[in-house]
Ligand binder design. Structure first.
Ligand SMILES: NC(=O)c1ccc[n+]([C@@H]2O[C@H](COP(=O)([O-])OP(=O)(O)OC[C@H]3O[C@@H](n4cnc5c(N)ncnc54)[C@H](OP(=O)(O)O)[C@@H]3O)[C@@H](O)[C@H]2O)c1
Length: 330
């Protein structure tokens, strides 16, 4: 089979090699992967020292073989997605879950066949293509976790999304499903026009309005938002806290602009919750699929690249010109 490998030499060092097809171990399923998608994390890992590792956490395909000891629920022929960390099925996050993430310390989904713990597979929503399904495991589950597992929001409350990348686009779409008010930022007016078409209630260009937190306060009658899906880090974390109401929550998800810092006095005075969010368990993924199954919601896919053009897909994500997800079709 063909598989891509990180070599520790940046994006241009990513190599397509011929490898032996995996054999299923006890409890494992072999998936013939039909599509995969990229996340910001994949850029970071490809630029780092990791070598001889198959990248990407996100993929979707068909189960073609099962090892022994696979419980009921998954069968040959099923169309499935693998959880970001297939060993995290339910309950709180653990070190084991963190270490079991695909495309990190273990091989990921950018191969024609992969062996994954069958307990970490989730069925694809009815009527979804493999390309669509491949967008869900990281970005969508993270947005779902941020919106549902911390602050308990009611329709009409306000959530802020930062930028128009994978996590924020699912954040916007899921927030609309939950009938929340949405504020979204972007560096691009063109992208913000598309956000209006997708139902965003308030759009702010953070390049031309660097004090965007003031606009969030204005849009919420001076109170502040109930929840921010914070993906920016250094450039945005203090502003996200200023944009959040007293007693509100900031789901700390990412740091595309660097790591950032927190003023403890401000946090205390405003009684806010900073909640670190790391993807989600299989149970959260299944909750997400239940919520979107049969619903017209579909992922925003910016571009689909063929398996032969994986490096172009990485370069496209790196350009940060995309909206939503970048997908690879096998
Ligand atoms: N904790 C978790 O479980 C988890 C899961 C997934 C992702 N993440 C993290 O979340 C972040 C986003 O991931 P992703 O895959 O959604 O990334 P992505 O698709 O590459 O999107 C990144 C987007 O962020 C926006 N952006 C860049 N600088 C910004 C700034 N200063 N202020 C506001 N927005 C800014 C840009 O949107 P515009 O062009 O519209 O401005 C850019 O397209 C990354 O740090 C990633 O590592 C964490």
């Amino acid at each position: 089979m063909r598989a891509y490998y990180l070599t520790g030499n940046g994006l241009d060092g990513i190599e397509c090699r011929t490898a032996a097809e995996p054999e299923p171990g006890p409890g494992d399923a072999i998936i013939r992967v039909g599509a995969a998608s990229l996340n910001y994390r994949d850029l970071i890992l490809a630029r780092g020292p990791t070598s001889d590792r198959i990248p990407l956490s996100d993929g979707a395909g068909e189960v073609v073989a099962l090892g022994g000891e696979v419980g009921q629920g998954i069968a040959v022929g099923d169309r499935v997605m693998a959880c970001f960390s297939p060993v995290w099925t339910d309950g709180p996050i653990s070190l084991k879950a963190f270490e079991g993430a695909l495309g990190g310390r273990i091989d990921g989904m950018l191969a024609e066949y992969v062996s994954v713990s069958a307990a970490g597979l989730v069925r694809i929503p009815q009527g979804w293509t493999l390309e669509e399904a491949a967008t869900l495991p990281c970005a969508a589950v993270t947005a779902w976790n941020a919106l549902n597992e911390g602050a308990k929001l009611s329709p009409g409350q306000t959530v802020v999304l930062l930028g128009t990348g994978g996590v924020s686009m699912f954040g916007l779409q899921l927030a609309k499903l939950m009938r929340l008010n949405t504020v979204i930022t972007s560096k691009s007016d063109d992208k913000l026009e598309r956000m209006q078409a997708l139902g965003a209630d308030v759009t702010i260009n953070y390049s031309t309005t660097p004090d965007w937190e003031l606009d969030v306060l204005e849009a919420t009658q001076g109170e502040g938002a109930d929840l921010v899906l914070e993906v920016g880090g250094a450039d945005t974390l203090p502003r996200s806290m200023a944009a959040t109401r007293i007693g509100g929550e900031i789901a700390v998800i990412g740091s595309v602009s660097g790591e950032g810092s927190v003023n403890p006095r401000r946090l205390i005075a405003r009684s806010q919750t900073l909640r670190g969010v790391w993807i989600g368990s299989r149970r959260m993924f299944e909750d997400l699929v239940r919520a979107i199954d049969g619903h017209p919601l579909r992922p925003v896919i910016d571009a689909v690249y063929s398996f032969d053009h994986v490096i172009d897909a990485y370069r496209h994500l790196e350009s940060q010109t995309h909206v939503g997800k970048v997908v690879v079709r096998f």
